[in-house]
Ligand binder design. Structure first.
Ligand code: ZN
Ligand code: ZN
Length: 366
């Protein structure tokens, strides 16, 4: 290897984990969350158990995944295990008399923990480790940002294709299907979450499923879509109006857009997550719409569609350069419908970069 070659991103992640373990005086971490296993090793199977100690990395998989793990995983020894992955990891740890070993208490079930303890000896002290790997995932590296940027580009491109085809008489479910088909055609692995296409009064439900309802002239339509690419998600919402909107609808839309743009401007490295939320909330309150804004302003995006930070009231977590999150204020008025505008953005030292660059002009059909 060239002496100045950059280390592989997976090697960097494993090194960062080991430093974190040292800080917390843990001899090893047992990783059971498949998303975290993928993040650390590159193995994308849905079943596996990994252990990282200061000097070793082991990945236990069942025979379905042996080949895949050998192909994908880096920095770990892959062990095929037919008799229970947690049991194997437990006895491996116990034999090594490592001392304090952390486990992912937000993921490992009580039954799973008992399974390990049953096969471990007294030399093994298992301790809840919180969300160590999630903490590492908070700031994205260059490879991750590239994936989310491409997922965002595809998401925006599909919206632009589909919005030109929206007509009264279309079924919500067909619109959602059209979006998901086009996400794949544009190179995504699929939809990162169930696509929302909600029209008229149904758009007043922030998480409406696409139904068999037909779109009608004079209705608001909320489209919430996101591509997934190499495991990374993008998340974007646009609201469109079918036909000629009233002055009231135009005013409401302008208020949500203003809230979103001001909140986007507040997305800065060093800002508190709650500060961004407060900005969006203040704009809508000023327009007398505060009580219709019924959810938080946004959430982190990455390997999961909803991850840290939560952009909610009073959230003290500081944004850092390399965080990726959504900004998505919305208002929901019974009898009229909902208006939500959402982008996925990258926090950078010099200000936010919008990763879902689709137009926000709501009157495409007028
Ligand atoms: Zn969304
Ligand atoms: Zn979202």
């Amino acid at each position: 290897m060239h002496p100045r070659a950059r280390p592989h991103p997976l090697a960097v992640r494993q090194e960062r984990l080991r430093r974190l373990l040292e800080e917390r005086s843990l001899a090893a971490l047992l990783v059971s969350n498949p998303v975290n296993i993928f993040y650390l090793t590159g193995f994308r199977g849905t079943a596996g158990v990994a252990v990282f100690s200061s000097s070793q990395g082991i990945l236990w998989v069942d025979p379905r995944y042996t080949l895949q793990a050998q192909e994908q995983a880096r920095g770990v020894k892959v062990i095929e295990e037919k008799g229970g992955l947690l049991k194997a990891a437990g006895s491996w740890l116990a034999r090594r008399k490592l001392g304090r070993v952390g486990y992912e208490d937000s993921h490992l079930t009580c039954a799973g923990l008992r399974e390990i303890e049953r096969h471990a000896t007294r030399a093994l002290r298992l301790e809840p480790a919180g969300r160590l790997v999630e903490d590492l995932r908070y700031v994205k590296d260059a490879a991750e940002i590239e994936c989310i940027r491409e997922a965002g580009r595809i998401t925006a491109a599909v919206f632009e294709e589909v919005v030109r085809r929206i007509r009264p008489g279309m079924k919500e479910a067909d619109l959602a299907a059209e979006i998901e088909y086009r996400l794949r055609r544009q190179g995504a692995e699929g939809a990162a979450f169930e696509t929302i296409a909600a029209s008229g009064e149904r758009s007043a439900l922030p998480h409406a499923r696409a139904s068999s309802k037909l779109l009608r002239e004079g209705e608001l339509v909320i489209l919430d879509l996101g591509a997934i690419l190499a495991g990374y998600a993008a998340d974007m919402t646009r609201t469109v109006f079918l036909g000629e909107p009233s002055r009231r609808v135009r005013r409401l839309y302008a208020s949500v857009l203003e809230a979103q743009q001001e909140a986007l401007a507040a997305v800065q490295a060093g800002a508190r997550a709650g500060d961004v939320d407060a900005v969006a909330r203040r704009v809508l309150a000023r327009r007398g719409l505060g009580r219709f804004f019924t959810h938080s302003t946004g959430h982190g995006v990455g390997l999961e569609v909803h991850e840290s930070p939560r952009l909610g009231k009073g959230e003290a977590k500081r944004l850092e350069a390399g965080c990726v999150l959504t900004v998505e204020p919305g208002i929901y008025l019974e009898g009229l419908g909902g208006i939500r505008i959402e982008d996925t953005v990258l926090v950078r030292a010099e200000g936010p970069e919008i990763l879902t660059p689709a137009p926000k002009d709501a009157w495409f059909n007028s």
